[in-house]
Design a protein around this ligand. Structure first.
Ligand code: ATP
Length: 874
């Protein structure tokens, strides 16, 4: 068993190298042999399977029965058309579905975690799928374990293994514990780490002993198929709506059939007409169109640097009215530069630092030794706060590498945003020195002495107050303050919990992290869009407020609250006052949860950003959890609904805009399809009730409904975004889809299309009393072409087509032209004209039908003028 052997033996067995890792050639060979390091999910459906699943639908069965009956009674051409329509419809469905699936697949691939591995002597980041057996993997807090590992080195490493053990408390790992017995449960294998578990604390190094399906998680095959539900609330609502409309459609068809039997019409003709009416009324295309609009929208968002991890979030995004954002890196550029420092009771600029005095020297040394970042010849790794400190050394010719060699690190406690401290123990001047750096208040709390002018003195309250006011001066200048304390210890084996106490205060440094330029504009955009921006930061209140003022988030310090103030309120009290604040400073991850919950309890839709291991709860609590793609940990990404690949606040605002546009586009498609369906029902039903000849043949309805309608509906779904979506307040997510104008427009337009079609039919009968076919043809063309024109008006609820730009949606223009061409071909080519039982219209007829077909479009444009006048009045 791997856990029984020493790590040296394992490295040897797997022909690897702890110092240099594997060579890239070796990795290639192993990848070829073992395959990618991933778990096999469900198999993808083949084209044929997709096709069959399209056919496997109640509506299609009805149509098939209709085709068979037509064939039996000798109406072969009807049967052929029905089969053709079924076929084309299924093909459109398959293309939509596979496109949607591909988009989501691409999304999934983007979210595969990365792994840090040693290869060719260097530490590089690779996709976890490319990890092979024998790879040396670097583990740090917040990362997924990419494969099964035997640990080689551990520094306070803790790993959360609840997937195996059900235990949510992370288990402590130690590479030196080698079990004697063979049968050790996973939870007790201290020198092992397993694929898909999460490092929550500390650091470590391990060698890969199994990948892909050979890992422990790979063996629990069942877990793999448990996929999260990826259906949006709107999709759920539409499924319900579809059922209701389906029943109504069948009801109407039956009524129409019974009425027509009383009227003594032809049984077979009416049977077919009823079926086609039912098919026309069922909004069968909706789910596929919504799915593809969502998928394409999500793909567009990737280009804007936002990766959606959970599809329902696309809709929620459009309703967000509070964006809670981290400061560092999201609102600011996350490039820090130390400007000032404080020792011996004085603030000075960094240029004035004198390393001949003890305080300055210890301050600089401590800040560099208690530090995990690197910065050498312009190449940096690690936390920007720490990089800034290393750069102070670089300026003063004190280099981290040299310092680390002469003062070896023997122990450490990593930084976390609850303590706001980091500690190392280094050998220093023949003894061991504890260096702790962190937030000024945290360091003051654990210091009881102070180093001034070469002397160690008792730390009086007076001295502490002096230091606090000096640090406030820096903070008010938007500087982030980081303080240092130290103490000497005799023995390196001091218990960890005794390290961060009784320190000697040395001084602090103040660093600037300028706001991102584009953020100010985005905050204004969100303001206009009815969205409040809230700054949440671990930084000092004054620093936070200084930056918040610059960005237009807050006006003064009365709008800011600190973590300790939050603690002084009960949950209820805090909820009452939360709306008065724009900045929350010195917060820990738990405060973030409290803030999200308080905002949510007022009915707000809240988005919250996070990056650290401890941010997962607040990301989950928010309506939209947003994780940072660059600085974020895998834990935060795993808990988030959306990941920002550029860590930028502006991207959140853009995503909200995109979310609103996607929702509007879906609404347009739905409105279009439903009003067209209603139009078809109205035309047929009214004609039958009035005891007229049937204005449309069953195949006409099927054709328009299943073929010519689909293209404009899809094109509306990809309508280019409208900037003015950010000039209105967010949508209320509880509001019904048909609230506001939507429901009214649906009814008005359905009736309009129906009446227009009937008008064409009546006019045809009047002009050509001898030919029913001629009149039906005119009705058929008007039904389809009026819908095509009408789709152009649907692009915006209030703006005219000319305001939104006639040619802006090329897909829609193409769909309209294609639809008209298709109609022209059917009617003009004798063969198809015969099959569709239509009359080849003359030029004069075409002019008439085109003019009539424009009616719904024109009426909608006129309605919009009234809408605009109303809006202006408001
Ligand atoms: P945001 O939440 O806006 O991203 P942040 O980065 O300021 O803010 P944290 O990373 O939690 O939040 O930092 C909180 C405080 O902890 C900082 O203001 C600083 O004083 C201190 N701090 C930050 N990084 C380190 C570090 N690497 N070592 C020691 N102390 C640190």
């Amino acid at each position: 068993m791997w856990f029984n052997e020493s790590s040296e033996e394992i490295v040897k067995t797997l022909s690897s190298d702890i110092i240099n890792g594997l060579s890239s050639e070796e990795v290639k060979i192993r990848l070829e042999k073992d395959g990618l390091n991933k778990l096999q999910g469900k198999k993808k459906k083949s084209f044929l399977q997709l096709f069959i699943s399209q056919i496997n639908d109640i509506m299609i069965y009805i149509l098939l029965v209709a085709a068979i009956i037509s064939a039996i009674v000798g109406e072969i051409s009807d049967a052929i058309i029905i089969l053709f329509v079924i076929f084309i419809n299924a093909i459109i469905g398959v293309i939509q579905e596979s496109k949607a699936e591909k988009a989501l697949e691409a999304l999934k691939n983007m979210s595969t975690p990365k792994a840090l591995v040693k290869r060719d002597g260097q530490i590089i980041e690779v996709s976890s799928e490319e990890v092979v057996v024998g790879d040396i993997v670097v583990i740090d807090a917040g990362r997924y374990i990419p494969a099964d590992l035997r640990l080689i080195e551990t520094a306070n490493l803790k790993i959360e293994e609840s997937a195996f053990t059900g235990e949510s408390v992370p288990s402590e790992k130690n590479s030196d514990i080698i079990a004697e017995e063979n049968n050790v449960p996973i939870g007790d294998q201290h020198n092992m780490a397993f694929m898909s578990t999460l490092a929550t604390y500390g650091r470590g190094l391990g060698i890969v002993i199994a990948t892909g399906m050979n890992t422990q998680i790979g063996k629990i095959a069942k877990m793999l198929d448990a996929e999260e539900e990826n259906i949006t609330p709107l999709q759920k609502k539409l499924a319900q709506l579809g059922k209701i409309l389906g029943f109504m459609a069948v009801g109407i068809s039956i009524i129409m059939f019974i009425v027509s039997m009383f009227q003594g019409r032809d049984f077979l003709e009416m049977f077919m007409t009823s079926i086609s009416l039912a098919v026309a009324a069922i909004p069968e295309g909706l789910p596929a169109i919504v799915a593809i609009v969502l998928a394409l929208g999500v793909q567009r968002m990737i280009k804007e640097n936002a990766i959606i991890r959970k599809l329902p979030s696309v809709e929620t995004l459009g309703s967000v009215n509070i964006i809670c954002s981290d400061k560092t890196g999201t609102l600011t550029i996350n490039k820090m530069t130390v400007k000032k420092y404080y020792v011996n009771g004085e603030i000075n600029t960094l240029d004035e630092i004198n390393l001949n005095n003890d305080e300055s020297k210890i301050l600089v040394h401590g800040m560099i030794l208690c530090n995990d970042a690197t910065s050498k010849s312009g190449v940096q790794t690690g936390d920007p706060t720490e990089v800034a400190l290393i750069d102070v050394g670089n300026k003063l010719n004190i280099f981290k590498e040299d310092l680390n060699t002469s003062h070896e690190r023997v122990n450490e406690i990593p930084f976390d945003s609850d303590r706001k401290l980091m500690t190392t123990v280094n050998s220093y001047n023949n003894a061991f020195t504890v260096f702790t750096k962190g937030a000024i208040d945290s360091i003051l709390k654990i210091s009881n002495k102070i180093l001034v002018n070469g002397e160690i003195k008792e730390f009086t309250n007076e001295e502490k107050n002096k230091i606090l006011s000096a640090s406030n001066i820096m903070s008010d200048d938007a500087l982030r303050v980081l303080a240092l304390g130290y103490k000497n210890i005799e023995n390196e084996h001091v218990a960890i919990d005794e390290l961060e106490e009784n320190l000697i205060f040395v001084g602090f440094m103040g660093m600037i992290d300028p706001p991102r330029e584009e953020v100010k504009g985005s905050i204004q955009v969100s303001k206009n869009a009815g969205i409040r921006t809230i700054m949440i930061t671990g930084d000092h209140k004054n620093t936070a407020v200084a930056i918040a003022k610059e960005l237009g988030i807050a006006n003064d310090i009365s709008e800011a609250m600190s973590g300790s103030e939050i603690d002084s309120y009960s949950d209820e009290e805090f909820t009452k006052i939360v709306n008065n604040y724009r900045v929350f400073a010195r917060v820990s991850p738990e405060h973030k949860v409290k803030i999200v919950k308080a905002f949510k309890s007022h009915g707000n839709i809240v988005s919250m950003t996070g990056d650290g291991v401890n941010d997962a709860p607040s990301l989950k609590a928010a309506d939209i959890g947003v994780a940072m793609g660059i600085t974020g940990t895998d834990v935060a990404k795993g808990a988030a609904d959306m990941v920002l690949t550029d860590d930028n606040f502006t991207t959140i605002v853009k995503a909200v805009e995109e979310g609103r546009n996607i929702f509007n586009n879906i609404k347009k498609s739905i409105l279009f399809l439903l009003s067209c369906n209603l139009g078809e029902v109205v035309a047929l039903f009214v004609a039958i009730l009035l005891n007229w000849a049937s204005p449309l043949l069953p195949i006409h309805i099927l054709w328009v409904n299943l073929i010519t309608d689909s293209f404009p509906a899809l094109s509306l779904g990809v309508d280019p975004g409208d900037k003015s979506v950010m000039d209105v307040p967010p949508r209320n997510p509880k509001e019904s889809l048909f609230a506001g104008k939507m429901g009214k427009l649906l009814i008005i337009n359905g009736i309009l299309i129906g009446i227009t079609t009937l008008f064409a039919f009546v006019l045809g009968e009047y002009l050509y009393p001898e030919s029913l076919r001629h009149a039906q043809t005119m009705a058929f063309v008007v039904l389809s072409v009026s819908q095509l024109f009408y789709s152009l008006a649907m692009r915006n609820e209030t703006k005219s087509l000319f305001q939104v730009g006639i040619l802006k949606n090329k897909w829609l223009i193409a769909s309209v032209l294609f639809g008209i061409l298709l109609q022209f071909i059917i009617i003009t080519i004798p063969f198809t004209a015969e099959i569709f039982k239509v009359y080849s219209l003359e030029f004069k007829d075409w002019v008439i039908v085109i003019l009539i077909s424009l009616i719904p479009f024109v009426v909608n444009e006129i309605i919009k003028i009234f809408f605009r006048m109303n809006e202006r009045k408001k």
